[in-house]
Write a new protein. Structure first.
Length: 306
């Protein structure tokens, strides 16, 4: 009799445990948004708290120029002649070697984008960081370009930006200073931040060092981390002679793909970007390897019409 009761209790216990496992699985399924990968869901939560661009114009750039321009405006952002690869890289705040699965047209096709928030959201833009403004474009890329992605971890070469021996040589911006760039926005007003990029030259007006770091990351094809401790806004004109280029990035000394190590010294008469940073801005780049996150593009298509 006792043995029979134990068997009945054991059967009941197994039934309860199985039911509990099914319930736990059901709760976990409901906790995650249906059809949204965990990484994408985290990105959605980040961008959900930001203002939304009410009006967005996306047009292919027909200027045939190699110069790109990005400007913040009081009500949004203006991008001129920039490949989509660079725009999406900025929106995720990653470097080229952290963006995987990029189709060729994302590097060759250049776009002009003007994005504006509603009038009542303009005050919300002022306290945002440059990265938060870029993150506001992610929903635009998902809607107009059909962007889908996921995240992975891989070993990457990364750089650290530090102050060189002798100290920094950056000029701090003043609120009323238009700097040597002398640039104006579409409405004729001076932009809060401006950065103009050409081959071998980077001109900045009223920018935090974070924007310089992002452009260095682009040139090197690797993550650059700011360890300078500099927190001001600066005007500068950085000029260097590019080494061999591949996809807009510096080639390492062993001839491997960009991002695999330190670039070779320039074989031309002008300074490399490493030398120019040290001589002109008083900053220095140091390289090391460690695991890092990459964004894998699962799907993207050329933009829908405005």
């Amino acid at each position: 009799m006792i043995l029979g009761q134990l068997r009945r209790y054991g059967k009941l216990l197994r039934t309860l445990l199985a039911s509990t496992s099914i319930l736990a699985g059901t709760l976990m399924a409901f906790a995650q948004t249906p059809g949204v990968p965990p990484a994408a869901e985290a990105t959605n939560q980040t961008t959900a708290a930001l203002p939304v661009f009410e009006v967005v114009s996306i047009k292919p750039d027909k200027s045939a120029s190699m110069m790109g321009r990005i400007m913040e405006t009081p009500d949004g952002i203006v991008v001129s002649n920039v490949p989509l690869h660079g725009l999406i890289r900025e929106a995720f705040e990653v470097s080229d070697n952290q963006l995987v699965g990029v189709p060729n047209w994302m590097n060759t096709d250049r776009y002009d984008i003007e994005a504006k928030v509603a009038a009542e959201d303009v005050p919300k833009l002022k306290p945002l960081t440059p990265q938060q403004r870029w993150a506001m474009l992610l929903p635009v890329f998902e809607d107009r370009f059909g962007l889908k992605f996921h995240r992975e971890t891989r070993e990457l070469t990364q750089y650290v930006l530090v102050i060189a021996k002798g100290g920094p040589k950056l000029k701090e911006s003043k609120d009323d200073d238009t700097s040597s760039a002398g640039s104006r926005g579409p409405d004729g007003s001076a932009p809060r931040r401006m950065m103009r990029m050409e081959r071998g030259e980077l001109t900045a007006q009223g920018v935090e060092l974070a924007l310089l770091v992002r452009q260095l990351s682009y040139q090197l094809g690797s993550t650059v981390m700011d360890k300078t401790g500099l927190s001001g806004k600066y005007d500068f004109d950085l000029k260097w002679t590019p080494d061999e280029m591949e996809g807009g990035m510096m080639r390492p000394p062993d001839g491997s793909q960009p991002g695999a190590g330190n670039p070779a010294p320039s074989t031309t008469t002008g300074p490399s970007i490493f030398t120019a940073l040290e001589e002109q801005l008083g900053l220095k780049l140091e390289a090391h390897k460690e695991p890092g996150e990459v964004i894998v593009i699962d799907h993207i298509e050329q933009p829908s019409a405005n």
